[in-house]
Design a protein around this ligand. Structure first.
Ligand SMILES: O=c1ccn([C@@H]2O[C@H](COP(=O)(O)O)[C@@H](O)[C@H]2O)c(=O)[nH]1
Length: 239
């Protein structure tokens, strides 16, 4: 899987201009998050699909009562995206409702259903925050592992976590369960608000299924070069 580029832009024009800088033949996997989706609505997905072939991860992190999530997921299931997210903290019934909604929406729209990823603990969360603010005791990796097992039992296709927890998650999920990892920073890069970070090479070594990278690419002086460096590091076997 190519590194997934987080299109964290304020509007459609920024996003389309950014994508247009890549060679049209280059396979791309992009992530649309809350900023761009809330600015442009579902039309942004159709605009990206019309621009060129690419895989799309729609990362809206659903978290509400099960019925509301099921109806929202139904709408997302109609869009023909590859991946989407809901918070594992919403619980088993909510995740199962998200999955049902995605399947129903995709069926009615005649497209493939997005795979559902459960957000475990955000990569901007560290142990101090988990203990002091969220009142969850124990190491972050234990909470992530617990939420990954819960997500699998609810029918999710994978999780979002830091690559720091990949090996713990693998102990409790089936081999094809996706572990998609943001919080990726090339050596020496500014970590910003991220806390549980790894390099692309470390993510590969630790066994991530896919990596998500935003600012290290989108804010780079030469985003195309930055993307290719990350892609090379991610796709090289470092054993
Ligand atoms: O735990 C999570 C879940 C989602 N994200 C998203 O990934 C990108 C990361 O962007 P960077 O600029 O590389 O930090 C962003 O869209 C987040 O919403 C995450 O970082 N952590």
């Amino acid at each position: 899987m190519q590194p997934i580029i987080a299109l964290d832009f304020p509007n459609k024009q920024h996003a389309l201009d950014f994508i247009s800088r890549f060679d049209a033949s280059e396979p791309l996997f992009v992530k649309v998050g809350m900023e761009l989706y809330y600015a442009e609505g579902p039309q942004i997905i159709r605009d990206l699909q019309a621009l060129r072939p690419m895989n799309i991860f729609l990362d809206l992190k659903l978290h509400d009562i099960p019925h509301t999530v099921e109806m929202a997921a139904y709408q997302l299931g109609r869009l023909g995206v590859a991946l989407t997210t809901a918070h594992a903290a919403g619980g088993r019934e909510m995740l199962a409702a998200a999955k049902r909604g995605l399947l129903a929406g995709a069926k009615d729209a005649g497209c493939l259903p997005p795979r559902l990823l459960a957000i475990t603990q955000l990569t901007s969360t560290d142990e101090a925050m988990l203990h002091d603010q969220l009142q969850i005791q124990g190491p972050v990796r234990e909470s992530v592992k617990h939420l990954a097992a819960l997500a699998q039992s609810a029918g999710a296709d994978g999780v979002v976590a830091s690559a720091q927890e990949t090996q713990d998650i693998r102990q409790v999920v089936r081999p094809d369960f996706l572990i998609i990892t943001p919080g990726i920073r090339p050596a020496g890069a500014d970590i910003g608000d991220q806390k549980r970070v790894v390099t692309p090479a470390q993510a590969k070594q630790l066994g991530s299924s896919g990596i998500v990278v935003g600012r290290p690419i989108t804010k780079a002086d030469d985003p195309i070069k930055a993307y290719h460096q990350i892609q090379t590091e991610w796709s090289t076997d470092h054993d």
